[in-house]
Design a protein around this ligand. Structure first.
Ligand code: BG6
Length: 487
């Protein structure tokens, strides 16, 4: 049932993820009226022994500071109660259960539902014990009805074997419909637009294949380094941190066949098929980089080969995509910060304008910053002369949707978990297929068989990556640059 008492329990309440992402997302939902009924309660759980108010003050620092919404912030914080306990012993989870039950019962609402959403803002190493404790001591009360759901986030393991082990440990305790594996890229506005763009526009349907598309890039760049997360990052590297999850999820939505319907299982079935059609990655279609200075972080060993940059070409062996390189590229400490999907079309056959050198058609979907979808076209240069120029059809969100606030990814995804919609979450078989693609490559990197090239911070990354792009058939447009329109 989707009404009745709702308890949101944030485990790891004083950690980074909770403070920076989970609670601010909950506040935004609250602000928009989603969590304002009397039947909603939020609980923080962690090991530290602090009071309700101490937790509230810690959270407050990460919420908006504007004077006008101070009252809303305070009201929101009042919803939050704190319970402390360990992650692997019954007492804490029994106390948590009592605290939740108290308001479920005291409300005694006629609907009498017990809905419990456990958000694990925790390191994955404690997922198994925590899930076990929840399962034994903190489940929703079946006589009241409702449900128990758990939200987990990457890293789901380090390779295929460890991910499968984690999946089966959790799978013994919870059914797949109760498990929400977050990949926050699936909550981004432009990513959510992909299915609509592809399948609701006649314009794109006949073009979206190997006959017309030369190559597809999915790019993530950050203009800062690992900044204090070096210890975590060095265990994982850019492929596990960004490419195996965020960029690969985007690839699925760009490349998948049309699902039978919009039901979450139909969509996820198609995503799995794409992943299973990816052929093994070739060494000469990978460029790895590590920015100079990365190892200055005292938590990073001097011998680290961990990539902070990678370009990897994936090839999909099916009728639609045979021969089209999918170039996944991600890097930290680069010269710019953006994420985008760039679909480059082939040259016009039998061109009479000799305009090839000016550039090819491209559809670019800019995830961030400045959300936009634009198409690069060749047009007549306005004026008396007959000459051609590159221009664009531009759907820039800030300009087109003035006054519309684009929701944060986490906000949207938490709301989905409350509604029970798993469309934008990663299914277990999807996760497995994703690890199957990258595990052989990751093992070779871990063994030092593939080396990370040094690159200067604040650069484009290793020059070898641009060469790889070129050899994959990407033709860069010179003398044209799209600039997000200002209002
Ligand atoms: C996280 C990665 O999953 O995504 C971080 O662990 C990265 O390294 C972040 O900075 C990027 O997310 P966004 O939403 O800022 O693009």
């Amino acid at each position: 049932s989707e009404t009745g008492c709702l308890s949101i329990i944030v485990l790891g309440a004083s950690g980074d993820l909770a403070k920076k992402k989970t609670f601010p997302a909950l506040f935004n939902l609250y602000r928009q009226g989603f969590l304002q009924s009397n039947d909603v309660h939020i609980f923080g759980y962690a090991r530290t022994k602090i009071s309700d108010d101490e937790l509230r003050e810690r959270i407050r620092m990460y919420l908006p500071q504007e004077k006008e919404i101070m009252e809303q912030v305070s009201n929101f914080l009042q919803l939050i109660k704190y319970v402390s306990g360990s992650y692997d012993a019954p007492e804490g989870f029994q106390a948590l259960d009592r605290a939740i039950s108290e308001h479920e019962v005291s409300k005694n609402s006629t609907e009498g539902t017990s809905r419990r959403l456990f958000y694990l803002a925790l390191p994955p190493s404690v997922y198994p014990p925590v899930c076990k404790m929840i399962k034994h001591f903190s489940m929703n009360k079946s006589d009241l009805g409702g449900w128990t759901r758990i939200v987990v986030e990457k890293p789901f393991g380090k390779d295929l074997a460890s991910a499968e082990e984690l999946s089966s440990q959790i799978g013994e305790l919870f059914e797949e419909p109760q498990i929400y594996r977050i990949d926050h890229y699936l909550g981004k506005e432009i990513v959510q637009n992909l299915l609509v763009l592809r399948f609701a526009n006649r314009l794109f349907l006949p073009l979206w294949n190997r006959d017309n598309i030369a190559n597809i890039q999915i790019v993530f760049r950050e203009d800062f380094g690992t900044e204090g997360r070096g210890g975590y990052f060095d265990q994982y590297g850019i492929i596990r941190d960004i490419i195996q999850n965020h960029l690969l999820q985007v690839l699925c939505l760009v490349a998948m066949e049309k699902p039978i319907s919009l039901s979450p299982e139909h969509i996820r079935d198609e995503k799995v098929k794409v992943l299973q059609s990816v052929v093994p990655i070739k060494d000469d279609e990978v460029v790895l980089g590590q920015y100079e200075g990365y190892k200055d972080d005292p938590t990073v060993p001097n011998s680290s080969n961990t990539p902070t940059f990678a370009t990897v070409i994936l090839r999909i062996h099916n009728e639609r995509w045979e021969g089209v390189p999918f170039i996944l590229k991600a890097g930290k400490a680069l010269s710019s910060k953006k994420a985008e999907i760039r679909v480059q079309f082939k040259d016009v056959p039998g061109d009479i304008f000799r305009c090839k050198k000016q550039g090819r058609n491209e559809i670019v979907m800019r995830l961030q910053p400045s959300e936009a979808i634009y198409m690069k076209l060749t047009v007549k240069q306005p004026g008396l002369e007959m000459s051609t120029a590159q221009s664009e059809l531009d759907l820039s969100y800030r300009q087109r949707y003035q006054g519309v606030v684009i929701p944060e990814a986490y906000e949207r995804l938490i709301l989905d978990t409350i509604k029970g919609d798993q469309q934008h979450f990663v299914r277990r078989d999807e996760l497995k297929a994703a690890w199957e693609i990258f595990t052989p490559l990751l093992h070779r990197i871990d063994k030092g068989e593939l080396k990370s090239l040094q690159y200067k911070p604040n650069s484009r990354g290793p020059a070898e990556a641009d060469q790889l792009l070129e050899s994959a058939g990407y033709v860069q447009t010179h003398g044209y640059i799209w600039i997000p329109p200002t209002l």
